[in-house]
Design a protein around this ligand. Structure first.
Ligand SMILES: CC(C)(COP(=O)(O)OP(=O)(O)OC[C@H]1O[C@@H](n2cnc3c(N)ncnc32)[C@H](O)[C@@H]1OP(=O)(O)O)[C@@H](O)C(=O)NCCC(=O)NCCS
Length: 138
């Protein structure tokens, strides 16, 4: 028998319809910044390989953006799960779907960077290997 998905009420969609206001609200809550007016639809269409939306009863509860170099490298950005829906496996499943879709699109490497407290999430739960990486704030 196939294992149950982490939360069977949650529906995941690759490159699903996004509502800018809804993603902006989720992003502001998740990353604890003020509400911004980002045009996600245009940005995602122009610059992303894809994105994964997680919805419960039609409500957006999770999102991850997969940026792309046009070749074999894809980059996980903006992984976010609504505070009320955390620690139920949704974040792990978002990243797993992102990885699967990036692989299916011909990518060979999926990159991510994160703060120290998320090592358990990205390394243990999502399966990323630790590596050296660098970052410059521009
Ligand atoms: C990080 C985030 C996406 C995780 O989503 P989630 O749906 O809660 O994650 P999961 O339920 O799949 O977590 C799986 C495991 O990862 C680890 N983990 C998850 N969130 C964690 C956190 N905030 N701190 C430390 N470990 C965490 C735990 O080991 C967890 O397993 P457990 O619940 O059995 O202990 C979510 O906490 C979030 O949206 N945070 C705010 C935005 C953010 O910082 N995003 C990351 C950008 S790099």
């Amino acid at each position: 028998m196939e294992a149950m998905p982490p939360d069977s009420d949650v529906v995941y969609e690759w490159r699903g319809e996004v509502d800018n206001a809804v993603v902006n609200r989720l992003h502001a809550e998740g990353f604890e910044h003020s509400l911004l007016d980002i045009d996600w639809r245009t940005q995602l269409d122009r610059h992303s390989l894809g994105w994964v939306c997680a919805r419960r009863c039609g409500e957006l509860v999770g999102f991850v953006n997969v940026a792309w170099d046009g070749g074999v490298h894809a980059f996980v950005l903006d992984t976010v799960v609504a505070a009320s829906a955390r620690r139920a496996g949704i974040g792990t499943e978002l990243v797993a779907r992102a990885a699967r879709e990036a692989g299916a699109a011909g990518c060979e490497w999926l990159h991510v960077d994160f703060e120290d407290h998320l090592r358990g999430f990205y390394l243990d739960a999502c399966g990323f290997q630790a590596t050296n990486a660098g970052l410059i704030q521009l």
